[in-house]
Design a protein around this ligand. Structure first.
Ligand SMILES: *Cc1c(COP(=O)(O)O)cnc(C)c1O
Length: 454
């Protein structure tokens, strides 16, 4: 099988294979890795997915990128092991061909389990092969940290350090990160998500930390994106006729989930339109409308906290895939093909007020239980459907977290608390252990050096 090589969006680093791209996270020129070419699914290959279980579809998608770095039998085993949970496609009562895909059945009840579980298994294997221990540094607004802590827990040769904004995550999100031991360390930062991300970025660029072999499990890592293509293939295989285009709605923050959809499209999956609702951090819908990009600093704190992103790190990839170039600071050096972006994508900003109203309406009208991120998605889809033809076209709205991760908000709006899945309930009463730090790079660096001895 042919190798897929990955190049940097900044164009100043040599192309690398998947192993190197995963191990380093960000390219040396501070750009993000993208596949040189997208391997293709022929129509017959797509049609064959209809009868396969999820883990087998994952294998067929990922195998197109892993030639030369992992053998087929091992990859198939990793996929079986990682994807041992349901991926429900819920029919919305009374609406023709509209479905909610619930990506919340993994161990930490958000869609981030899909990528984290595969990435942990691949990285664990690469680290074993080259014998060099690795430190994964991750800033989180809540769900990445828990998914990464769960997925990497107990993986030999990999140490994980998670930074989260102390007062911006829910109790459940915090419990999921702070009740693990062993190779997982958690740090509560007295600041915002952006502060956590800035600390992490400085650490990556710091020569004094080179001995730690730092890598990232944030969605700057291509290893987070490829597994996120799989569920788009899966949904289409169950809900669309062979060759029939489908509408996907992806509530977005850092645009990693969306990149999975864009990749699937480039690989040959027929897509009618990608609907990209965001919360009050509306830099992307403005950019899509005008071509002018202004990041939001600091990011706005909205109900859908995992989407509080004022400068989506994957935007540089999206711009690159539409023939433009954006650097790591968000400066556009070559404009993308805006008309093509507008043809493929629809984006809208959803207020907290509309998010709450949607949780109420979706329940009243359809008995559809949504948490804030899914509600942003649903509102965006309704908004799209008011302006565009959707009749008869299969549509899938992604619900990215389990309602029980946000019990306060649901109870406020609906008057009852969602049922708690066993994986979350098991955390109640466990002792939490974490460190606390101010937004102070020198203190953070000392902490890392002490926490991760040579
Ligand atoms: C991370 C997250 C998002 C946003 O995903 P991106 O890939 O950053 O766009 C949406 N919903 C939930 C529940 C999340 O955890």
């Amino acid at each position: 099988m042919a190798y897929t090589l990955f190049h940097s969006t900044n164009g100043q680093s040599p192309p690398v294979n998947l192993r190197a791209a995963l191990l380093t996270g960000q390219a040396p020129d501070k750009g993000l890795y993208l596949p040189d070419t997208f391997p293709q699914f022929a129509p017959t290959e797509l049609a064959a997915l209809a009868s396969l279980p999820y883990h087998e579809i994952a294998f067929r998608v990922l195998a197109k990128f892993t030639g030369g770095v992992i053998d087929a039998a091992s990859l198939a085993a990793l996929c079986r092991d990682a994807y041992n949970f349901d991926v429900p496609l819920e029919t919305v009562r009374g609406l023709d061909r509209v479905h909610v895909m619930r990506l919340d059945q993994g161990p930490t009840a958000s869609f981030k389990d899909f990528a984290a579980r595969m990435m942990a298994r691949l990285l664990g294997r690469f680290v074993r092969e080259n014998g060099q221990p690795l430190t994964i540094l991750t800033a989180t607004s809540g769900d990445t940290g828990s998914a990464v802590a769960s997925a990497f827990h107990g993986i030999e040769g990999i140490r994980v350090v998670v930074l989260f904004p102390r007062s911006e995550v829910s109790d459940r999100q915090r419990q999921q990160m702070t009740t693990r031991r062993g190779n997982i360390r958690t740090i509560a930062v007295d600041g915002k998500f952006d502060d956590c991300q800035a600390l992490v970025k400085r650490a990556f660029a710091d020569p004094a930390l080179a001995h730690l072999a730092l890598s990232s499990a944030n969605s700057i890592n291509i290893g987070r994106l490829l597994p996120q293509s799989v569920y788009y293939f899966y949904a289409a295989s169950r809900l669309a006729q062979p060759g029939e285009p489908i509408i996907f709605t992806v509530p977005s923050g850092n645009f990693g989930n969306l990149m999975g959809a864009v990749f699937a499209g480039r690989m040959g999956l027929p897509i009618e339109r990608l609907v990209v609702p965001v919360n009050g951090n509306d830099e992307f819908p403005r950019f899509l409308a005008t071509g002018v990009y202004e990041k939001i600093e600091p990011s706005r704190a909205c109900l859908s906290n995992a989407m509080n992103v004022g400068h989506p790190s994957n935007l540089a990839r999206l711009v690159a895939l539409y023939d433009g170039q954006m650097d790591e600071a968000g400066v556009i050096h070559r404009a993308p093909d805006l008309a093509a972006l507008q043809r493929d994508l629809f984006s809208t900003s959803v207020s907290d007020e509309d998010t709450r109203a949607t949780i109420w309406e979706a329940w009243q009208q359809y008995r559809l239980l949504l948490e804030p991120h899914g509600a942003v998605g649903w509102f965006g889809f309704v908004n799209y459907a008011e302006r565009n033809r959707t009749k008869g076209i299969p549509a899938v709205i992604l619900e990215t977290a389990h309602p029980a991760k946000f019990p306060e908000e649901i109870e406020n709006v609906l008057g009852f608390a969602p049922e708690v899945p066993p994986a979350l309930a098991a955390l109640d009463g466990l002792a939490e252990v974490y460190d606390r730090l101010a937004v102070d790079y020198a203190a953070f660096r000392d902490h890392l050096v002490n926490a991760c001895p040579r």
